[in-house]
Design a protein around this ligand. Sequence first.
Ligand code: PLP
Length: 352
Amino acid sequence: MMAAFEKVYDSYWYVNGESVTNFEKEYAAYNQVENAIGVSNGLDALFLALKVVGVKAGDEVIVPSNTYIATALAVTYIGATPIFVEPDIDTYNISPKNIEAAITPKTKAIMPVHLYGQCCEMEEIMAIAKKHNLFVIEDNAQSQGSSFNNKLTGTWGHVNGTSFYPGKNLGAIGDAGAVTTNDANFATQIKSLRNYGSSKKYYNEVIGHNMRLDELQAALLSVKLQHLPNWTLQRQQIANWYNEALKDVSEIILPKVHKDATHVYHLYIIRTTKRDELQQYLTQQGVGTMIHYPMPPHLQEAYSFLGHKKGDFPIAEELANTMLSLPLYPGMTQEQVQQVANAIKQYFNQIV
Ligand SMILES: *Cc1c(COP(=O)(O)O)cnc(C)c1O
């Protein structure tokens, strides 16, 4: 890491240089996709993806009702309206069964989010998109390396966004993201849009943005990318340890993986109606947990203008009220997993 840092530092070339180009090649190879374009962060990646496929103000874009706010915000930045569709109660990913009912003449795109590390049911989603002539933009911020029927996330949609926010499976030491696409034309447009709408210095084809990936982040991401396959295996191993250690705790629901999907466990999430009490108990026992996410987008104050109310998306609301993310990070030992599992069991033993 420090060698990569010094190389960039000593080059005096901090933007639009070879570290970004190299990382883009490496990430595209890892992701088995034709083009990866480094950008400033995941939200900007999704925004640029919506922009190049031509989503415009007044259009509608289908997003899951239980996603992180960024998916909906990218749609709002364009001036389009996020249309929330409920997830599957088992996988927590957008349910293909619910998508068609939400399609209107204004619908331009579907944004499946591979939430928590599991790939969505992409075959069905792509078929629905084809039938209705819609673009698909994958939000792959949480699931680099997961797949459906052996095809990786970030390769299904027309243009897709991912994030290298520090807490993601592949994290920079600041903000960073990428767009992935198999469409050369979209790739060229993204490269121009992220750099002031310019592909030749001081000549601007379109009104662009400053949404570039820094050289330094790219150089560090190249180093970390080499470890990602191993880190993913570790995450899956830790999840298996949790599954085994918690399988007899009848009060909690463990993560479920669709038979054709793989899961890279960005998060290991359990569900229980005693969520808040359990979290409090675990905190007292020195086990730090988190809630992803306590409030779905349709109930956020920022989205009050959409006019949704409590009860509009009951599955998203149920998930927000019952989910708890247990500690999971590469390097976590089986003993540490067992300690967390023991604390959970103790909690349920003492309340009955
Ligand atoms: C993190 C995240 C984003 C946004 O990524 P940033 O790099 O923080 O902008 C978008 N969607 C999902 C599902 C995320 O988890």
